[in-house]
Design a protein around this ligand. Structure first.
Ligand SMILES: Nc1ncnc2c1ncn2[C@@H]1O[C@H](COP(=O)(O)OP(=O)(O)OP(=O)(O)O)[C@@H](O)[C@H]1O
Length: 226
């Protein structure tokens, strides 16, 4: 599978946030989206996921495996991706396991079972607790377990390690490495190194405020791929 963005532009509230973004990611590749606050990293992920409209250009997947009836296993990016946003998308009054079972049923393509996924993220034994009881880092780990209970080749991750301790960051780096080694693709917006060897980097444009360490290169809000 390939994820292809061509001349991609995104808007928020009618204003252009980024434009002229282009990249191709093949099976097993990862892209780190970096840049200052407000430069459009989250907006880019949401545009790729189909949660916000494409303002210009295009983003698409190609080369998706066929299923038995000749159709494509994933007919759209939305059906091919896991989107992990800033919010964890879990119900606080449901138990951790109930939340994961919901997402497993909702997304289909059952993969790891819920207990196995919780063990993997170091939450074995607390699946019965209401999600709302968990600490910030435990909530993030439970949200990461969501990536494991259904198989989706494309992971779109927004600040995935926010709130994680060092050991959990290392564990998540291994999970991401395994996903790529199995042919998955990752696009991750981050301010922190994620421990993903060989990842490409897309730097989004500068912050409009010089006071917080950004420059005022408003004309360069488009991204550059390295
Ligand atoms: N619903 C909205 N309406 C109007 N503008 C918005 C909306 N949501 C975000 N924006 C603006 O879009 C721009 C890009 O925001 P975005 O969240 O994509 O940045 P980011 O690079 O992910 O930032 P951060 O590093 O702080 O997470 C910001 O200037 C933000 O104020």
């Amino acid at each position: 599978m390939r994820l292809i963005a061509e001349n991609l532009g995104g808007e928020r509230g009618g204003d252009t946030v980024f434009s002229s973004i282009g990249f191709v990611l093949e099976d097993g590749q990862a892209l780190l989206v970096t840049g200052p606050n407000g430069s459009g990293k989250s907006t880019l992920l949401r545009v790729i996921a189909g949660l916000l409209p494409v303002a210009e250009g295009s983003v698409r997947i190609e080369g998706v495996a066929k299923i038995e009836d000749g159709g494509e296993a994933f007919p759209s990016i939305a059906s091919a991706c896991h989107y992990l946003g800033h919010q964890n998308a879990m119900k606080p009054v449901l138990s951790v396991a109930e939340n994961l079972r919901f997402w497993r049923d909702f997304n289909g393509d059952g993969h790891a079972d819920v207990e196995e996924a919780l063990e993997t993220v170091g939450l074995g034994g607390i699946g019965h607790l209401p999600f709302g009881y968990l600490s910030t880092g435990q909530r993030r780990r439970a949200a990461i377990a969501k990536l494991l209970v259904s198989r989706r080749p494309l992971w779109l991750l927004d600040e995935p390690t926010a709130g994680l301790d060092k050991a959990s960051e290392g564990g998540f780096a291994q999970l991401m490495g395994k996903h790529c080694a199995e042919g998955g693709i990752i696009v991750a917006a981050t301010h922190l190194p994620l421990g993903l060897d060989g990842a490409k980097e897309l730097r989004m444009g500068a912050s409009p405020s010089p006071l917080w360490g950004g420059s005022i290169r408003e004309a360069e809000r488009g991204g550059g791929l390295e």
